[in-house]
Ligand binder design. Structure first.
Ligand code: ADE
Length: 325
């Protein structure tokens, strides 16, 4: 229960003290500061609800985690990983931002960006497939966000269309960092730290993390299945699966059960549907490469012909999303 909130954002209010001096007061947000609304989503260990800040009326998505359940199911480590990674990834438009964390006797609360457009998977299912223009737009935003994550020393390890949310303007917001891997990197002096002093998620032995990690079968990279080891390139394998899925309407490796899916992945057993665009096919073939060292790297993906016309960087986040068709 030593789940404190060092590094959590707080609101600042200017107040006049007894001597008439203007001082800044730091007020920690808590459950009472929000009005809770409809449930937006449910996971095995959490519920996400719509909420508004009572003072500012700003809308958020609050992820509520049941403390007893998390402790009983031994998921404390993953909750800390999620908090640590989100605190490391605070200034990119493609990441669901963590604003505040707090708790009451029963639950932990993560106050997050509200993504009004829901999951990319839901949008794809409604459309059945995306055309090349839409795939290029969403693909570019996902890739720019992966680039930022990797530069900040975070591997997501569970990228899939369910974890790509869309905001009110249909811009990408990647979520669900509970199974992320934080790479050992020099810390910035102002870095937010783990809730448990002296225990950072990077202190967990590699073997333990690898063997206990379960991603989503269809997007798991071959190196995770054969060596139980994920690297930055593992996120790019998942990215290749997502690009394929947006254009084909289904993921490249899908079978009756997880074991058969894994067999297909390690055998690189997949096919392109008729009519799959040739340039996109070339990109996917350079991403779905068994050897992670030979997989296309981010800078080369950006320069691939499929992304011709994309202006990488902050400008792309000012662009209007193409009409879905
Ligand atoms: N479902 C899960 N997380 C969400 C979020 N941040 N916004 C909207 N719906 C969600």
């Amino acid at each position: 229960d030593d789940w404190q909130d060092r590094g959590a954002a707080v609101s600042v209010r200017q107040e006049v003290d007894a001597n008439g001096k203007t001082v800044a007061r730091y007020i920690k947000k808590g459950v009472r500061d929000f009005n809770f609304g409809n449930t937006l989503g449910e996971g095995s260990y959490s519920t996400v609800v719509f909420a508004t800040d009572r003072q500012t009326l700003k809308e958020y998505a609050i992820k509520i985690l049941d403390k007893r359940h998390i402790i009983k199911e031994k998921k404390v480590k993953y909750v800390n990983i999620e908090k640590d990674t989100l605190n490391r990834l605070t200034d990119h438009p493609g990441i669901v931002r963590l604003y505040y964390t707090f708790q009451d006797e029963r639950s932990l609360y993560f106050v997050l960006d509200l993504a009004k457009g829901g999951e990319l998977l839901g949008v794809l299912k409604r459309m059945s497939t995306f055309d090349e223009e839409c795939t290029r737009f969403y693909g570019a935003q996902i890739l720019d966000t992966i680039d930022y994550m990797h530069k900040r020393g975070v591997i997501h390890r569970d990228l899939k269309p369910e974890n790509v949310l869309l905001d009110h303007q249909m811009h990408v917001k990647i979520t669900d960092f509970g199974t992320a891997k934080i790479l050992k990197m020099p810390r910035r002096p102002d870095e937010s730290t783990s809730s448990i002093p002296q225990l950072d998620s990077t202190d967990i032995p590699e073997e333990e993390r690898a063997s206990s990690f379960v991603g989503t079968a269809e997007y798991v990279s071959p190196e995770l299945l054969t060596d139980k080891n994920a690297c930055k390139a593992s996120d790019l394998w998942a990215f290749g699966c997502i690009i394929y899925q947006l254009l084909a309407g289904r993921p490249p490796f899908k079978a009756g059960n997880e074991y058969q899916t894994f067999q297909k992945i390690v055998a690189l057993d997949y096919e392109f549907p008729i009519g799959f665009p040739a340039v996109a096919r070339d990109l996917v073939e350079r991403l779905l490469v068994l050897d992670p060292a030979r997989r296309l790297q981010i800078e080369h993906i950006k320069n691939h012909e499929f992304f011709d016309g994309i202006s990488w960087g902050t400008d792309m986040w000012k662009q209007k999303a193409p009409r879905l068709k």
